[in-house]
Design a protein around this ligand. Sequence first.
Ligand code: MG
Length: 533
Amino acid sequence: MKTLRQTGLSDLPRVTQLGSISDMDLDAVTKFSALHAKPDGLILQYGTAGFRTKANCLDHVMYRMGLLAVLRSKQKKSTIGVMVTASHNPEEDNGVKLIDPLGEMLAPSWEEHATHLANAEEQDVQAVLTEICHQEAVTLQQKAMIIIGRDTRPSSEKLSLSVIDGVTALGGQYHDYGLVTTPQLHYLVCCRNTNGQYGKATVEGYYQKLSKAFVNLTKQTFSSGDEYRALKIDCASGIGALKLKEMECYLPRELSLHLFNDGTKGKLNYLCGADFVKSHQKLPVGIEVKPNERCCSFDGDADRIVYYYNDADGHFHLIDGDKIATLISSFLKELLLEVGENLKIGVVQTAYANGSSTQYLEEIMKVLFSKAAEMKIRQLAKEETDEKKRKAAIMLENVIDLINQTVGDAISDMLLVEAILALKGLSVQQWDAIYTDLPNRQLKVTVADRRVIDTTDAERRAVAPIGLQEAIDEVVKKYKFSRAFVRPSGTEDVVRVYAEADSQENADRLATEVSLAVFQLAGGIGERPKPGF
Ligand code: MG
């Protein structure tokens, strides 16, 4: 199949200056649409991960997402990103997703347009495009700019050319960044739409921004040339390896990165990568580990990371999202408390309100990355006269720059974790132990019928009876480092209560209060729970 550039047709004058999709535009769209024909009967759905299926079924989708990105760009008067990747899926799959102006996911209403357009029969493509233009009040005179990136799958290059065909068929301009991680493309979109305020819109700009923040954050600790900073990274035989190699020269020598599954051999995501390690709870292939060595795995497009190690008995220990979130959010909370001021409002008090450190971290981030908070932090970092407060503000400033604010990012998360571990002098086992060994208390409440309790989120949240989860959230808020959940027994009319907090006394109190809520709201029988252990 020929692409537009190969046929030379991309040099033809385009006529999008006219007030509507002109006949000529549609002729070009239709003509090239035929070169990217949709397989009969194929129906796909644009989900949170975009489109994903076998690579050989995606050519028409890529072309059409090029078209759609142009319309979105015209509507938002902004650069839009198109990433060709299927993340942790097997190598023979592929996928595509659009990135909105500030580096965020595509708006839900446009996900529907994407699905509609991808599934349209050949003769209906024009009509669907026209309908989207009407519905979304797309101004066709507006210029369009699309940036494109892809992962290392063998099919990705060709598919990204199909995206470019779609972009040029509708008269859009594009910049192809080629091989990048998904979070890098999100970063680049945000940089372009904030006039470089978020960072320089190049891959080097990404390395410079993150590495500068990392170096500043760790400069006091990285003076001894400590060997213990060695980190083994399984790159899933994907893009992460390529990009880490490019980035290494920007990072301090003391952080010595050992790359495995670096894409020089082995299949993408096959028996390796974050998803494999997490779901199989074992080491990926191709990595050699000694006891207690700190290791991590990226996924195929480097937006997810898990840490792990093997202990002296050869047992595997996974440190996944929740523990990573706990490490980062505890660190942030300490800094926010040190800075004082108004920053801690809404952050410290909501500690573990949801019983999940991942959600808690998201809440902290929302506060931290608000324009007002960021400006305040940057101001304090410059002007604060109290030395301790100013230092904490400088640290926060660097954390803000180190975190990819647009999307989850394995490279950025890895650097932040490494910085915190270095600053705290924590080994991977200590990190693992700290947050598993919080004081806790388990209690049982006898109820008339255990079936009144229904839970979700891996049994961490109660959806029935009504009001129970809200009551638990309320009492959890009163304690530090606290969380609590309730689970019905599998065999008897008993509800098990689990509570943890910063001290045994508080864990006991919390467990009692949660038990009381269960007793009152879930039909407790017998004696009311009361304090005393
Ligand atoms: Mg991914």
